[in-house]
Ligand binder design. Structure first.
Ligand code: GDP
Ligand code: IMO
Ligand code: MG
Length: 422
């Protein structure tokens, strides 16, 4: 399988968790390289549902090494409860999970600042997950963050944390928010530090040993292309590089060690949180929500929904270098009579066949649609390309062609077996 970077090609929640779980069967190592517990990756094994936030989805398969890379921001309390949660349901988390010693730590003041800034923004809020992601990456860039290596060193941690709490309490007071108790934060974080110490490692050298051995490494992207801090719909984005380059910087594995990029996308479009979504459509949203689908895996919020946007996915192919496509949630369109696909944008007289960088322009853009006849047949029992209805195959071929990448996987349900290799 070689070294594969898997990215979300839309606005997140494309079904990356499911596809990672399927591809992990052939992999030796699975690595998260960016984001934090803002992510929610759903995997079904039989009737059992698992939602992973920080731990790579590969953990659910036996004998796989899982790595939380240097580019991730780690909420240690969240990570401990995720490990405990997995252990309680019989998943082995011992000797198969490594956390980078240089990954930055998310603190309660990051979460509080995240929430306070959203309140201050009022109607211009981003709609963050309130997990403290933006402020934690902010501290990293400002060179005032604490890392896992600090968390597991009792003496150093106490000193650094005292200064951080003092400073951030002043900021919180300015927001009119309650200051934090150093004692409390220190106690809970030190306990988490002791718990996590056996997992903390130099993951850069660990991954290089894997590369040298010729192991197959899978890089599990979080969020999606249009939530990327550089390439997304700024400022309605997350605070990391969610595109394929983030896999290199967030792991320490160089670009020329990577073999291919897989883009995961839904057969339609969803977004959770604020910001422009050109193909947003109330009927599509009502239809999917009525099926009990498209509610966020992390916050439970109803996702905004719309038609497939090939302007966006083609842009995603460009910035990620996507070779292969995994199209998920095809079954979500099983009942639609006429399916629309956005093939261009129009802003007054100006036409776009790429994503404009200015979100105000993007918000004004009207989609130009092509129409495809729906297949109006359940697809969830299909197990091969041939078993898919002809109109469904035509639709998939068309969206792959418009996205300018090769169709690799067609997913017709959340389960492992509902996966068709094309
Ligand atoms: P991720 O963040 O990209 O891992 O995606 P999420 O787990 O947040 O959301 C994707 C949702 O779609 C989850 O509920 C998955 O179980 C579900 N899912 C993934 N692929 C399919 C599919 O082909 N069909 C259906 N019906 N559900 C799917
Ligand atoms: P996965 O990995 C979908 C969105 C939030 C918000 C914006 C910024 O499951 O695909 P943040 O808390 O990161 O500062 O929020 O990004 N967002 C996601 N949307 N899937 C995710 O992750 C997301 N992680 C963050 O809703 O709009
Ligand atoms: Mg998700």
């Amino acid at each position: 399988m070689a070294n594969t970077i898997l990215v979300g090609a839309q606005w997140g929640d494309e079904g990356k968790g499911k596809i990672i779980d399927v591809l992990t069967e052939q992999a030796d190592v699975v690595v998260r390289t960016q984001g934090g517990n803002n992510a929610g990756h759903t995997v079904f094994i039989g009737p059992k549902k698992y939602v992973l936030h920080l731990i790579p989805s590969g953990i659910l398969r036996k004998k796989k090494t899982c790595v939380i890379g240097n580019g991730v921001v780690v909420d240690p309390i969240g990570l401990v409860s995720e490990i405990e949660g997995l252990r309680k349901i019989g998943v082995k988390v011992n000797g198969n999970l490594f956390v980078s010693e240089t990954a930055h730590v998310v603190f309660p003041y990051h979460r509080e600042l995240d929430a306070q800034r959203e309140v201050l923004k009022g109607k211009n809020k981003i709609g963050t997950t309130k997990r403290g992601i933006g402020p934690a990456y902010g501290d990293k860039a400002a060179r005032v963050g604490l890392r896992m290596i600090d968390l597991i060193n009792a003496e150093r941690f106490e000193q650094k944390l005292a200064a951080k709490v003092k400073e951030n309490n002043e900021v919180l007071k300015a927001f009119g928010a309650k200051p934090l108790s150093f004692k409390e934060v220190h106690k809970t974080y030190r306990a988490a530090g002791d718990y996590l110490k056996p997992f903390v490692a130099n993951t850069v050298t660990l991954l290089h040993q894997a590369v040298r051995r010729g192991d197959d490494i899978l890089f599990e992207g979080a969020q999606g292309t249009f939530l990327d801090i550089d390439h997304g719909t700024y400022p309605y984005v997350t605070s990391s590089n969610t595109t394929s380059g983030g896999a290199c910087t967030g792991s320490g594995v160089a670009p020329n060690r990577m073999d291919r990029v897989v883009g995961v996308l839904k057969a339609y479009t969803t977004r959770v949180g604020e910001g422009p979504l050109p193909t947003e459509n109330a009927e599509v949203a009502d239809m999917l929500h009525a099926m009990g689908r498209e509610f966020g895996a992390t916050t439970g919020r109803a996702r905004r929904c719309g038609w497939f946007d090939s302007v966006a996915t083609r842009h995603a192919t460009m910035v990620n270098g996507i070779d292969d496509l995994a199209v998920t949630n095809i079954d979500g369109l099983d009942t639609v009579e006429t399916i629309k696909v956005c093939i261009g944008y129009r802003d007054g007289k100006k036409k776009y066949d790429y994503m404009p960088n200015d979100v105000e322009v993007l918000a004004r853009c009207e989609p130009v649609y092509a129409e495809f006849p729906g297949w109006r047949t359940p697809t969830d029992k299909a197990r091969s390309w041939k078993q898919l209805p002809p109109k469904c195959r035509e639709y998939l071929k068309a969206i792959a062609e418009l996205t300018e990448a090769k169709l690799f996987i067609a997913s017709v349900g959340p389960a492992r077996e509902q996966t068709i290799f094309v």
